[in-house]
Design a protein around this ligand. Sequence first.
Ligand code: FPP
Length: 276
Amino acid sequence: MPETAGRHDLTMPPMLTGETVQPAQRRLPGAPAHVGVIMDGNGRWAARRGLPRFEGHRHGVEALRQTVRAAIEFGLDYLTVYSFSQENWNRPVDEVADLMGLLKRFIHNDLNELDKADVKVKVIGARDNLKADIRALLEAAEERTKDNTMLTLIVAFNYGGRQEIAAAARALAQEAVSGHIKPADIDEALFSRYLDTAGIPDPDLIIRTSGEQRLSNFMMWQAAYSELVFLPVHWPDFDRQAFSAALAEYSARDRRFGGVTGQYRSDALLARAAKT
Ligand code: FPP
């Protein structure tokens, strides 16, 4: 019997089975350590094919698998994927249930393979309004993979950048009221430690698919100096080649962080990304 979530057949191949992934031994010079991805366009991908939106999300999970493989191959340290925003609760109940079901199945089907591939799973976003079974799954995935070192896959689920900043401000205000810190102690470094991404470097590159050119509440603090690449492809069609194109564009950018000296181009990364 195929595994199902509600009304949908969710039989999908596990993540890495049958695939040979050649991980980069270490990050290439000039390559991004952290890439964030706004996986947009599932609905339009489905509509163009006369399919229900769920099919777009289901194929989106396959694109996510390919993206994780490519991230390992390209030697990234962190890959953050925006899989459910706090604003996504405004979608029809059936679609919200579908996305919750897909997250559950992704963890059920792929966690073994992720663990074998030495991928650490971390989840960012609010947990308090998630169902207990989903919270438990997320916590178990984090616990099981916490010592893995090849790649950290950060799943932004029930995530909102502004909400994350407000939560950090609340926690810092509480610390000040309790006398653990003084308001004058609050600087960028301390503030960062109260975000969900504490200890994780800011994304060097944020990719958004589907042609939309906005951040939609993704990593509002962390994106201050991220390079942004917008691709015309809908998320289910995102693959290694599209990822390579985004990395090539990134590596040709001149990152100055407000100064005058740019980071050198990564010819090594360009060569790896161009390899078929
Ligand atoms: C945006 O496309 C995509 C989402 C809101 C969900 C992203 C989810 C996945 C890629 C699959 C689920 C993966 C996990 C791990 C839960 P859209 O629906 O807004 O597309 P549209 O703008 O074309 O309507």
